[in-house]
Design a protein around this ligand. Structure first.
Ligand code: T46
Length: 139
């Protein structure tokens, strides 16, 4: 399976009540990795993009908990764009995937559950270097 095919939108549980919804996420039960870090992107000005890099080892689940955004994923051979606009769905991103986040709606909040703590040495920030390292996309 190519790396891009490993990047799937995972359904998350949604516990609904007249008072509103709750979505729990547990490493063992809901994710293919253990959560070591949580961060979130918010107050992204209109027209701005985030990402524009890959990671050697990091796995992540991206959940747009408010609003909507587009995630472009690229394994060096194939690319596709996934629209995230549900608080009960998350995009799993495996290692060695170039990602760019575009088209944030006003007030969008992207929650990210990550498998590793922050390490700048895990980043590949040059697309040419990524393509050289990514090889055949993992196929
Ligand atoms: C990804 C997208 C969705 C930290 O100090 N700790 C952290 O955990 C993070 C994520 C960032 N930073 C610092 C490092 C930089 O000085 O915050 C600054 C911006 O970080 P970065 O360029 O990584 O931001 P994004 O939004 O372009 O990318 C982040 C994640 O790094 C990336 O893995 O998938 O969000």
């Amino acid at each position: 399976m190519s790396r891009i095919d490993r990047c799937q939108v995972l359904p998350l549980r949604r516990i609904s009540a007249p008072q509103g919804n709750i979505t729990p996420v547990e490493s063992e039960r809901d994710l293919p990795f253990s959560i070591e870090r949580v961060y979130y992107l918010y107050d992204v000005p209109g027209g701005e993009s985030r990402g524009g890099h890959a990671h050697y080892a990091l796995q992540q689940l991206l959940v747009c908990v408010m609003g909507a955004l587009d995630v472009l994923i690229d394994d060096g051979c194939h690319r596709r764009t996934v629209r995230l606009d549900r608080a009960h769905q998350g995009l799993y991103v495996c290692p060695m995937i170039w990602r760019e986040l575009h088209n944030f709606s006003s007030g969008a909040i992207c929650l990210v559950l990550a498998s590793e703590v922050y390490r700048e040495s895990d980043y590949i920030r040059d697309y040419g270097e990524f393509q050289r390292l990514a090889g055949d996309g993992g196929a």
